[in-house]
Design a protein around this ligand. Structure first.
Ligand code: ADP
Ligand code: MG
Length: 611
């Protein structure tokens, strides 16, 4: 009764709002099998109907599709299994907030595709041939389990078969399983991302790739878990996809208000801006000004360029920190993941099957099918991938990293899966030397277990030695103690009503570890610069970089230098100089930017042993 009502309403709606799309569908069916309906249109047309779609989609969507099939077309055509894809669904639920009250509702879930299985046919209507009476029985297949006929539907027969499945008389659709994971920008404070499985069928199968940022609109369903002891009382969630929308991949969603924009521009005019930003990077870690400067340059990044011949040069800056244990490498990485708008943390020795790059695996999601799974460098697309313990990464990752770092893509060719995934991220790596301590007289490649070709893809490499130095050690010790103390007090302050500790005392401790520029503002500053500033190099700056590069080449000639000097270094210098200009929000790379770049570059080279 009500379903008929929905169907009538939809007939009016479709005629009024979607006539053009329906004509297109009629023309191109069955290559095209769906029309798209924007939820806002439906809401405008009939509020009750749109609300009902969200609450009882299992009744409303079939009625809507029935209305579509029944519509009188100007051409002779039957739209047997045409679908309606509803987009712009207002019921947005974050993956970690999915609860049982969302079951069977129409919802929208935002995230990144983490895994995608191969596309395979799925039977929707099975034709069974009765071997006794020769009747064909049709059994619709809607659930995950294959349903066979009980007894023959032919009354005079009524026997329990035997039956034979007729493949050519059965109906199939394409089906794929996806796993959508919370995207790095939606995670606060580096928490572990959560994910949800998605069923994509028919036209929706095979259209997305791991790493894509999407909104999946669909109906949340549950499947009973089975354990070795039988059926469990727990249910797993699956989102049954109705439509998929792509999100703008280029920019992160940080909203910058006009007031904040003013604040950012004012900051950029401060002659102390470089120092201020450097002091805002991991203030709880003492020293390492040069590394923090490099981390700043990495945050702002150079400008990616498309060459006239179709080539592309990355703008992202890759950094590598090598050094003795216990000198805050991991801490710096974790801090940068929190600071950058899209940061992903991973470890080279992680147990995950996808590793750092991507892998074709057979796991639960695919139910025996091959599944393409994205690793950290894909999930960090358009962000920063911080990879700790790079010395311990797998051989597969090592070879895939060559492509990932330079072309910023990851190609997978294994089992039926052929795919190229995007990994446009800046890599911040850390590696421990093989024998625990770094030996400056041994080769770098040998000690961190990475081939020189891979090492040469880093724009800057820092070597941190833990050499006892009493003045420095005292400073670090004081700094660490102060920051511990300040952090503790910060949390306890509210509870301390009758304390001898004055607010000023706490403030003086906190001053050491509070960033100069507040983290939220700095993130916006970075986003603003990357969005708005595309600097071009001045002649003087260009000349300075070229001369520096030529000198490097000369030095490389007469010495078997640990890191080969190639044109890559020149590209690295350009990126770093561009980033330096971006920090001031300047559209010109000046001689000063070039000098900052060569200074930091030279400092790195010296440690590696080019001098
Ligand atoms: P690594 O990854 O280099 O082995 P970690 O990042 O795990 O080292 O650091 C070990 C500990 O030492 C951390 O708690 C870190 O905060 C502390 N530490 C080391 N050097 C410094 C420093 N310069 N300033 C502040 N803390 C430091
Ligand atoms: Mg570590």
């Amino acid at each position: 009764m009500t379903e008929e009502k929905w169907e009538n309403k939809f007939r009016d709606f479709l005629k009024r709002y979607c006539w053009h799309d329906i004509l297109k569908l009629a023309n191109e069916y069955p290559e095209l099998r769906s029309i798209e309906v924007n939820f806002t249109d439906l809401e405008q047309f009939d509020r009750e109907l749109s609300e009902e779609l969200l609450q009882t989609p299992d009744e409303v969507i079939p009625s809507a599709e029935e209305a579509l099939k029944q519509i009188e077309l100007p051409v002779e055509k039957q739209l047997h299994d045409a679908h309606i894809q509803f987009t712009s669904i207002p019921n947005k639920v974050t993956i970690r907030d999915l609860r049982s009250n969302h079951l069977l509702k129409f919802i929208a879930v935002e995230g990144m595709i983490r895994k995608a299985t191969e596309v395979r046919p799925k039977i929707t209507n099975a034709a069974f041939y009765c071997m006794r009476c020769e009747t064909v029985n049709y059994v619709p297949q809607s659930g995950p389990k294959f349903v066979e006929p009980g007894e023959c539907e032919e009354e005079s027969c009524g026997k329990r078969g035997p039956f034979k499945l007729l493949i050519d008389k059965s109906n199939f659709i394409d089906a794929q399983k996806l796993q959508v994971q919370e995207s790095p920008e939606s995670l606060k404070g580096g928490s572990q991302p959560q994910s949800i499985d998605v069923d994509a069928e028919d036209e929706l199968a095979g259209i997305v790739k791991p790493g894509d940022r999407v909104v999946v609109n669909g109906i949340l369903r549950s499947h009973q878990r089975t354990t070795r002891e039988g059926k469990s009382t727990f249910y797993d969630l699956v989102l049954h996809c109705n439509s998929i929308e792509y999100l703008d991949q280029e920019f992160d969603e940080l909203d910058i208000s006009p007031e904040e924009e003013d604040e950012i521009i004012e900051l950029s005019n401060d002659p102390q801006i470089y120092n201020k930003i450097i002091k805002s990077i991991a203030p709880s870690i003492y020293g390492y000004e040069n590394i923090k400067e490099a981390l700043t340059l990495q945050l702002f990044s150079g400008v990616p360029k498309s060459l006239p011949d179709g080539g592309r040069v990355r703008g992202d800056i890759h950094l590598l920190l090598v050094g003795d244990p216990g000198i805050a490498k991991s801490q710096l990485l974790r801090y940068m993941v929190k600071l950058s708008p899209r940061g992903v943390f991973a470890s080279g020795k992680s147990a995950s099957s996808s590793g750092l790059t991507a892998a074709a695996v057979k796991d639960d999601l695919g139910d025996g099918r091959w599944t393409l799974e994205a690793g950290a460098l894909v999930m960090a697309d358009m962000g920063v991938a911080a990879v700790d313990e790079m010395d311990k990464m797998s051989r597969e990752d090592k070879s895939a990293l060559h492509e990932a770092m330079e072309q910023q893509t990851i190609s997978v060719a294994k089992a039926g899966i052929l795919a190229t995934l995007k990994s446009r991220c800046a890599l911040l790596g850390a590696a421990n030397p093989k024998y625990g301590r770094f030996d400056r007289y041994e080769g770098l490649a040998e000690q961190i277990n990475m081939p020189p070709a891979l090492i040469s893809r880093f724009d800057l490499i820092f070597i941190l030695l833990d050499v006892p130095d009493s003045k420095m050690d005292a400073n670090i010790a004081n700094h660490i103690l102060k920051s511990h103390y300040a952090g503790e007090l910060y949390e306890q302050w509210d509870k301390l009503s009758t304390s001898t500790i004055t607010q000023e005392k706490v403030a003086s401790h906190q001053k050491v570890i509070l960033p100069e520029i507040e983290t939220e503002l700095l993130r916006k500053y970075v986003a603003y610069a990357r969005r708005m500033v595309y600097p071009i190099m001045e002649e003087e700056a260009r000349q300075h970089l070229v001369n520096f590069y030529l000198d490097l080449r000369k030095m490389g000639e007469n010495k078997d230098s640990p890191v080969p000097v190639t044109a890559r270094q020149l590209e690295a210098l350009v990126r770093l100089a561009e980033s330096s200009a971006r920090i001031r929000l300047s559209n010109t790379v000046t001689l000063e930017d070039a000098k900052r770049t060569t200074k930091i570059s030279l400092a790195c080279m010296k440690q590696v042993g080019v001098d």
